[in-house]
Design a protein around this ligand. Sequence first.
Ligand SMILES: Cc1cc2nc3c(=O)[nH]c(=O)nc-3n(C[C@H](O)[C@H](O)[C@H](O)COP(=O)(O)OP(=O)(O)OC[C@H]3O[C@@H](n4cnc5c(N)ncnc54)[C@H](O)[C@@H]3O)c2cc1C
Ligand code: FES
Length: 510
Amino acid sequence: MDDPGIFNQKSLSLWLKDGLSGSIPELTQDIACDVCIVGAGITGITTAYRLHEAGLKAVLIDKQEPVHLASGNTTAKFTFQHDLIYSRIIKNDGLDKAKLYYQAQMDGLNYVRSLIERHGIPCDFKETSSVIYAKTQKQLDDLLVEKSAYEQLNIPHEIIGDIPMGIVGTGGLKVPGQFELNPVKYLNFFISILQKDGMPIFQNTAAKTVEEEGDLVKVLTQNGHTITCNHLVIATAYPFFEGGGMYFTRLEASRSYLTTFPITQAADDEYMMISSGEDTYSLRFSDTDGVKYLLVGGQGHKVGQADSEIDSYNRLILFARSHFEVDEPAFRWSAQDYKSLDSIPYIGRLTAKHHHIFTATGFNKWGMSNGSFAALLMTDLIRGKESKYEELFSPSRGEVKENIGSFLKANLDVAKEFIKGKTAPEEMTLEDIKNDEGGIIKLDGKRVAAYRDKSGELFLSDSTCTHLGCELEYNNAERSFDCPCHGSRFNYDGKVIEGPAMVDLKRAER
Ligand SMILES: Cc1cc2nc3c(=O)[nH]c(=O)nc-3n(C[C@H](O)[C@H](O)[C@H](O)COP(=O)(O)OP(=O)(O)OC[C@H]3O[C@@H](n4cnc5c(N)ncnc54)[C@H](O)[C@@H]3O)c2cc1C
Ligand code: FES
């Protein structure tokens, strides 16, 4: 396929094209509060709002601008239809737990609806039905098992033979009453009203580590300040502080891609859809600022483990062009999310011994409902209320024992990537790196992460991940260096973007 030119531009989501409104300061002094929330995506912002509603004095910080990671780069489908989760939970954990998972998602979704209605939030809210569609007979058989799970859980649904949007397949499982919106418009609203109500919100304020002193928690920031609080909420997607919770052995980082096309043909925009199975295509529409857009996403893979990230985008563009009358994508972007061992998020106390530190992660690319629900659960726990959901989502639920196969597979994969990175010979040299290209090269016998910008300036960094020492891979679509072990990513100049790594790459010298 011809390069449509979109890869010459930086990755930018449709939602973030206008940025956030209003200005957000950086923390410049030590402060104290009831609850410090670290991470301003949907989880952190919704939790901040919920705690504020409950009358607690909260502070929200983010290492960059709020909403710039997964929550500003999501597809933003608000649905309880999470792949084939219900049959999986019934099989592994029983019907009662599947019921609780469903109720949790409904609580999250109903909370979002109620907030939008109460405040009249202008966020391009649209009611839709959600459809998982099957491409093969085997996938349809699996969908029928999921249908039977819906029956046991009294989830309203319908099996459909004709898949909307003219997609060819073997059938679909449809649920009504879901919705979609513009996540940046939605979350920006809460930032504005919380600021107006006097809640301190700080950007460019990265939490570095945590110290506990009796019942107090101290969050030490990278810019040298301390936030002293009674409770800490870690809403950083991958927890920036693990507290011995071994999250790196229990979370798998997966990246996915999105392309967006202006579309004028009549479209089945009352649906949001996702294909079943590994080779995922996810579809929705959005009316944004007077333009109708088709969004085609998917093609996920473990972070740092794709042969070419540009090819992932190209498959989405090909899919869009072969099903719709569309031409060039107006926007393209990618993002990542984390999956727990049993596909149920980790929401609650960071570990059994941390009574004042909470986290929410492992949303498996379903964080719109899960992140909203997490705000409700964590607020209840912080206020000392009992919750029927605590055990199911507890990060200390002991899921490793029951999922030992997935645990070993994930950690063997890490070991394999670690060894592969140390032994694979580099074929590229400095001369192979053209302007606006990068790669892992061999320089003076050593592996080096190299990128040359559009003007020819060269950036050389150590190619070893600062988390636990795996070797990085070049991401040719985002011009970043990504770690195949636990999903850390570094900018072309070696600065940490996301994931468990906290320290930038060292500069490499020629
Ligand atoms: C491509 C893609 C499509 C998706 N589509 C959907 C969908 O349609 N529906 C759905 O339900 N879910 C979807 N998801 C999942 C959903 O987007 C995520 O689960 C959700 O956005 C996670 O929100 P979060 O607030 O937990 O994390 P994030 O949005 O990633 O926010 C974490 C924040 O923490 C900050 N941070 C990190 N470290 C620090 C630190 N040390 N100090 C201070 N701040 C820090 C970051 O800067 C960031 O702003 C999708 C995910 C992807 C990747
Ligand atoms: S993210 Fe763990 S070694 Fe790189």
